[in-house]
Design a binder for this molecule. Structure first.
Ligand SMILES: [Zn+2]
Length: 144
């Protein structure tokens, strides 16, 4: 049974107990009512726990998806003069490199951006400045 189905069943059970509590007014056994309240409370806990688990699983799925994408990107990177670039089909470096500082510190890839049109490139994340930075063409006109 998956978590979504478990959540649905827990929800139904809570509704059922609620109904039973209504019907039971005539019987009025204190102990019985206390048990029902307990059951209701524990079922609510089950639902909350399953809901948390579902959220955690979704976060993990998202993380796995992001890690896969990052890994795929990394396998395609090429290093030139200490900077890592994406590559064209031919394996030649493409565009502007990623910040080496951020890659080392946090394993995240942030592409450098040109600082006010000058020859300095800056990291949008850590603000480190680099020069000179070689920028390669974004499109490959001649694959040879
Ligand atoms: Zn950086």
């Amino acid at each position: 049974m998956d978590i979504a189905a478990a959540l649905a069943i827990a929800g139904q059970a809570i509704g059922l107990v609620k109904d039973l509590r209504e019907i039971d007014k005539g019987l009025d056994t204190a102990e019985y009512k206390a048990k029902m309240a307990e059951l209701y409370s524990s079922l609510a806990d089950v639902k909350m726990a399953l809901s948390d688990a579902q959220m955690a699983l979704r976060e993990k799925d998202q993380e796995i998806h992001e890690l896969r994408a990052k890994f795929e990107l990394r396998t395609k990177l090429v290093e030139v003069d200490g900077f890592r670039y994406e590559t064209h089909e031919s394996g030649k470096p493409k565009g502007v490199p990623f910040c080496p500082r951020c890659e080392q510190n946090s394993s995240r890839l942030y592409r450098l951006t040109r600082f006010k049109g000058m020859i300095i490139y800056k990291c949008p994340e850590c603000n480190a400045e680099y020069k000179p930075v070689h920028a390669y063409p974004w499109t490959e006109t001649d694959p040879r």
